[in-house]
Design a protein around this ligand. Sequence first.
Ligand code: GLN
Length: 189
Amino acid sequence: MRIGVLALQGAFREHCRMLAELGLQAVEIRKAVELEDIEGLILPGGESTAIGKMLNDWGLMGTVRARAARGMAVYGTCAGMILLAKEIIDSEQPRLGLMDITVRRNAFGRQCESFEADLSVNEFGVEPVRAVFIRAPYIEAAGPAVQIMAKVNDKIVIARQDKLLVTAFHPELTRDLRIHEYFIKMIKE
Ligand SMILES: NC(=O)CC[C@H](N)C(=O)O
């Protein structure tokens, strides 16, 4: 299985390392042609305005949308989650806009711009997921097709809609492979 990691900006190398630990060769994606023979795509954390602009400038925006419409699975972490959202509060920034969620950027406030939390996630069993939040967004509203998988302080931080998965935090900065494993399972479904 070939999984692409969008490699324009942000924490893409860490995602490639996670995939390598799971025995998969990640494909770094910088050009539209590189999207052709991947079965899943990871959008890393970083700066969503910069990545969105580069998706446009590098001619990737339309191709990613088209591939997703034909069933390619997409997993967005943090800035990647913002890029997948249909609505971004107080922002007109470029986005893929594939998932029926409304997100708020830098949403957890100044005093805890970066923090860690233990999340209980039904899909991953009793062992909590240690989640690293870095100037993280959260999901403020989600449409009926969206499955809410975890919250922190009552805010949605993991969600899924069909073949789209988002986390507000960075699993690639921990040793916990379960979310990447879950994404691989989603691709195979
Ligand atoms: N860790 C991250 O990806 C931060 C996201 C960043 N604050 C943004 O709005 O794009």
